[in-house]
Design a protein around this ligand. Sequence first.
Ligand code: CFN
Ligand code: HCA
Length: 533
Amino acid sequence: MSCKKCLDKVIDTYPSKVKKNRQKHMLIKQSDETQEIQANTRTIPGIITNRGCAFAGCKGVVIGPLRDMVHIVHGPVGCSYYAWGTRRNKAKTKGDEKNFINYCFTTDMQESDIVFGGEKKLKEAIREAVELFNPAAITISATCPVGLIGDDIKSVAAEAEKEYGIQVLAFDCEGYKGVSQSAGHHIANNILMRDVIGKVEKSEKEIPKYSVNILGEYNIGGDGWEISRILNKIGYEIVSIMTGDGTYEELKNTHNANLNVVQCHRSINYISEMLETKYGTPWLKVNFIGVNETIKTLRNMAEYFGDQELIDRTEEVIAEELSEIEETFEMFKKMCEGKTAFLYVGGSRAHHYQGLLKEIGIDTVMAGYEFGHRDDYEGRDVIPYIKLDADTRNIPDLHVEKDEKQYRLYLSPERLQKLKEKMPLGQYAGLIKEMKDGTMVIDDLNHHETEALLKAVKPDVFCSGIKDKFISQKMGIFSKQLHSYDYSGPYAGFKGAVIFAKDISAGINTPTWSYITPPWKKEPIIEGKINEE
Ligand code: CFN
Ligand code: HCA
């Protein structure tokens, strides 16, 4: 069955209003057309989405990995546990630094707190955290009930700052805000930019020439460590990683770097843009997933700095790393070749992983994001602007996205020149461009669509998350979690690509699937429409 027919069949079962809505979130790739997709809109209630909430995006994703801060979740214990226990952002303690990554802090709100208010409990939690742990700083994240009863977490934070002399940041990231995790990323970005980044004076000393920040890298399964290993080997100095295995102390210094490299564009584009506006630091979209993408990224970074010495060292490291992996990578590739995949992840990995799958011979036949915006699908054009004067530069409190396909980049004339020389500064290709003609792109895929499409297309691997992993595996289709990596990783960089290839080849080739009888082999498949009368 063609992909077009598959999609028609899947949405044919919907009532007409739902059908009309969902149709706009789906397309079949046609490279001879300019294609648009509806994204970042409210999910149809009750449709069983995989999306998460604003709290998950703010606390779980962006601020949670900062290891020297105590992150207090003001709300029911389940919210705190979810945003801590299910995330695989690894962190190492260095020297006598503080590391609270293994702790899960919450005010554990009860019914009486909902009735009488939870501020007292929050103050008590902050006091306990300071006395027991003496952290560098504290964050407070609001959950849905806190917003509904109106606890004033900002005042509590301001009072605590005065009392204890450390920064206490309040994030109004109640889960219900916005339409997905994406709202939470935005809230986290704004506060980190306004209150933390730049708290250390712009360095008096000369900033190391090859100093970079890595933005949107959360060290899931150790990805950030593998990326750092490669960059350090070449000679880069990493000022701050946002935020995997990152620290509050490093974050304050973020503006003292010469280039921001952005791995996950969706969760941290706001900070990369604000850093460009306020400090003039340009950003470069990178991708350390896949061998070819890693090579391209390293070459782009070297080209940005432009020194022959760095360019040569980059080539040396690429050659060294390749020679270490080539043989094993080839072996796993042979075991995966000719297979097909579905790729449905949050807001950037459905894009990042396509290249790596291709490298091991696997074609992506369906890809989509839970909460990507239109630019994550369609890409973004760069409109170069000359940098503003220092006194007219300010941090926009809220980043306004009038047209998601347009992005303003403030550039000095020299950097504008670089751009003209095809340096992809500030550019973002988007997912659709990478896909083959005739393949499916689906936004905010839901349970029904997942099940129906798996049945119809039967891909060899379904790359997704914990909420839909077992729908697929019960059908006899191997599933690889691309959020948590199923306890594996790292998958980034050269060595990570081999681990990924090994995991995928093991999953596809295991005899397990022959012991499962998929539903379509034992249930009649109803063809045609049921008469509604
Ligand atoms: S680590 Fe990132 S890479 S931050 Fe984002 S958009 Fe989520 S938590 Mo899950 S795995 Fe996923 Fe991306 Fe960026 Fe992770 S694809 S959904 S909010 N995501
Ligand atoms: C979230 C976090 C999540 C969930 C993963 C999953 C993550 O946004 O709620 O559904 O498997 O990566 O931990 O995206």
